[in-house]
Design a protein. Sequence first.
Length: 717
Amino acid sequence: MKNRIYSLLFILCAISFSVSAQTVIRVSTNNTDLILRTGNDGRLYQSYLGERLLSEHDIAHLPLGREVYLTHGMEDYFEPAIEAHFEGGKSSVVLAYVSHTQSAVSDNVEETTVLLRDALRTISVELHYVAYKDEDVVRMHAEITNEGKKPLQLVRYASSMLHFKEKAYFLTEYSGDWGEEATMSTTPLTFGKKVLDTKLGTRASFFTTSQFILSLGEEATEHTGRVLFGTLAWTGNFRFTFEVDQEGGLRVISGINPYFSEYELKKGERFVTPDFIYTFSSEGMGTASRHLHRWARKYQLHQGDEGRYTLLNNWEATYFNFDEEKLEHLMSNAADLGLDLFLLDDGWFGNKYPRSSDNAGLGDWQATKDKLPGGVKHLTEAAKERGIRFGIWIEPEMVNPKSELYEKHPDWVIHQPDREEYYFRNQLVLDLCNPAVQDYVFSIVDGLMTECPEIAFFKWDCNSPITNIWSPYLKEKQTHLYVDYVRGLYKVLERVRAKYPDLRMMLCSGGSGRIDYKALSYFTEFWASDNTDPVARLFIQYGYSFFYPLKATCAHVTSWNRTASVKFRTDVAMMGKLGFDIRTDEMTDAEREYCREAVSNSKRLASVIWDGDMYRLVSPYEGNHAATQFCAEDKKHAVVFAFDIHPSHSERLHAVKLEGLDPQANYKVEEINLMPGQRSRLRGNGDTFSGDFLMKVGLNLFSERDLQSRVIELTEQ
Ligand code: DGJ
């Protein structure tokens, strides 16, 4: 009897110990909290994600929530974060909390690591969270380790799993195609699953990008609503799964797409998943974007806090049809406009199979002697003579079957040996899983830089998805291909960056068929679209502006949509990283003079447009107009871009309220970027207004005429 009482007492003590010793892990930024807690079963749960809680004491009142990294084969009946198969066909996984650490990386950055382990199976998972306090951004990923002696098979391996419990959810997703990138649409999420994924491999974001906006409770706007922006930093196949369960709970699982990607982990091996990055705002989408932009410029984008080169590109000005004389002429045009750099595009290489169209030469990175007898070196010198820099296009991961490279190395190409080759833009993808191919791809950049150290810029293109999937190098491990390809690419880019940290590099993929935040840790900018019709660009640049800072978004003035004036086209491009891809000597004198002025304004206002905060004042999706404002961090300087697309004559025009200014300060309002001789029609042009007035009453930015644009500078007096 006495023994029984002792055992009962022991059990009671044990229970109360586990309850009182509940572990609380708080991943906080200035305005947000992600709160994890252990349950009595020893597992880890997500109790909260949202606005920061003021009182620590209240954490005890939170519901325990759902398991933080749900496993398969146990008591959860919906989509898991992890699925692993072990020796002898064993498969289910149960993860118990083991320990965690929290440490300050800097005043602004805190890192949290949580270790979970399965007591029965030989697997552990480490969850990593890096919180950026001022920017309200959290970067998270999982690391999965095989702790056993025998290999295990990872079938699913999410980077993150987040849980929500709200009365309604709205998902804003991005879809697209060539020339139609970053099209936004919003739909409610109801019971069941919505999946956003890609299986294209190299050109992963061709049809959808690895980013989403989730509105909680009700649809968020620029200024209102609780909203989570999520994006996966992975330059390959990704998958987001949004699943609403029978109780109205939503789980969001983000990671590499497990499609044809089962991964074997040998004894002691660790699989590091890519980062999922989120920012949460209870003040709508504008705040979320500004936070993400600030974070990207400070912590993620390569040379995020440095300047960018305005440039003239020759792609649309010449396509493949050029020689030294034509290029030098364009360089002179670039210098005449006051641009920083001339960018030589596709078509400069190949001798046995000259690259005079897109069906030959890719892979043979020597200048075509007939076309460019002085080689690349001569061109860099010609640019230097004109006082500008030189940049060059490469597509180093690809090969035309009609090339010397392909003849020499058919074993370096991804394709099923027993099937007919399938060509996308007449080309194939090189097998970057193979270290020899990685060396070769690195040597393309390294070789050009060694021969011509003056090269200041690379445009790195990637036009073909992975098709006919089979890696000669991986042999029986074919399901590693999609993952190992991306890892191979990162190895090359690491080497490029280690040796050439100052090179500016544009990420391109037949437009923006490849864009994500891991790639942007190596690249300074990305080509948003081959579609440079300024009206289409208003939408494309607007779409990307939710996630990416405008200094990273390359926007060029071209001949697309000649019904829009050169001024309209340039004003649209000046909202991003300004460039030209047009024969400027075919412009009128007035247009050229205008462009010179715009280039000079773009450089003068770089700290406002490229490094300031962005406010989307009027969305092009609303109909006839669009307006965006940029404001320097110190609020002393701002620039507003306003566009009339196709206004209707019966439309009533309203003043547009500006944002982010100092209400106490006075600002001189001046229209800039005017065509020579053009008089400003802006009411109040040249006058001084208080920030208070500009934000409460606003300015009349729009007109009732088609395709008009206006750029307005505000300077604190
Ligand atoms: C696709 C890119 O998007 C274009 O800007 C251009 O560089 C071509 N490739 C060249 O082939």
